[in-house]
Design a binder for this molecule. Structure first.
Ligand code: TMP
Length: 242
């Protein structure tokens, strides 16, 4: 990145830089992958670019359905321009199908279709290992008002309907995903972060049998191999569809 831009924040998968406009930032998607709160780390050449392109497409789809996000435009293949937002330190996970931590922490069988979407909220805090949190604890910690929490949950459910249908059209099952929200300069809540195979579970529906074929970060989490091939396939299906 051109060094006239100041690095404001570096996360596990992205860097955020200042922009000439005070209200905007430049987000660079890195090739780094982490899992289990960075206990497991690797680099995949081209992952940053794929996640940036996929996220941009998805933010555009959501914008067309009136879901506000921080996304403004792509700058190049692995960077986007976004509105500067104050991130709310909560990770909102929505699950359509039981998998991952839900099955490790309960007796629900992996692959169980959930009758209604389950929303699990985690506190975004690496030192505490992003613990599952309750509405009452959110209130107790004064993270956000219960009105804003309800708004975030409502937006998450709406996003799920849009994305579930979109992914189904490109033969992918949206198992679960994680969202982050923030306040923009007008103090309105908007969707932030990214929406990519790093934070969504996507299963291939182009299968003749019941085997699960993950086209997402589970390829890295579970040592399945072929991460770049899987992300490229998602990007290809999105571009072929639009
Ligand atoms: P989980 O089953 O590990 O709780 O993950 C649920 C979904 O949330 C899955 O799509 C991966 C995503 N996720 C993140 O994006 N970041 C995280 O730190 C975690 C734990 C999950």
């Amino acid at each position: 990145m051109n060094n006239k831009y100041e690095l404001i924040y570096e996360g596990k998968a992205k860097k955020v830089f200042s922009h000439d406009h005070a209200d905007k930032v430049i987000i660079e998607f890195k090739d780094d992958a982490t899992a289990f709160n960075a206990l497991k780390k690797a680099k995949f050449e081209g992952k940053g670019k794929l996640n940036c392109l996929i996220s941009a497409r998805i933010f555009e789809i959501l914008k067309n359905k009136n879901i506000p996000s921080h996304f403004i435009e792509l700058k190049n293949e692995n960077t986007m321009i976004a509105h500067k937002i104050k991130i709310i330190p909560l990770e909102i996970v929505l699950r359509n199908t039981a998998y991952g931590s839900l099955c490790k922490q309960t007796t629900i069988e992996p692959g169980t279709n959930l009758v209604k979407p389950l929303i699990d909220i985690y506190l975004k805090n690496d030192e505490l290992n992003d613990p599952l949190i309750t509405k009452d604890r959110i209130e107790l910690m004064n993270i956000i008002s219960s009105k804003d929490l309800d708004l975030i949950i409502d937006l998450t459910l709406k996003i799920n309907i849009i994305l579930k249908n979109f992914f189904k059209d490109i033969q992918l099952q949206l198992v679960d995903f994680k969202l982050e929200f923030g306040y923009n300069f007008k103090n309105n809540i908007v969707l932030g972060d990214e929406i990519s195979p790093d934070n969504c579970r996507l299963w291939d529906l182009n299968q003749n049998n019941d085997t699960i074929v993950s086209l997402d970060k589970d390829r890295f989490r579970n040592d399945l191999g072929g991460l770049i091939e899987a992300y490229s396939e998602i990007n290809r299906r999105i571009n072929d569809f639009i």
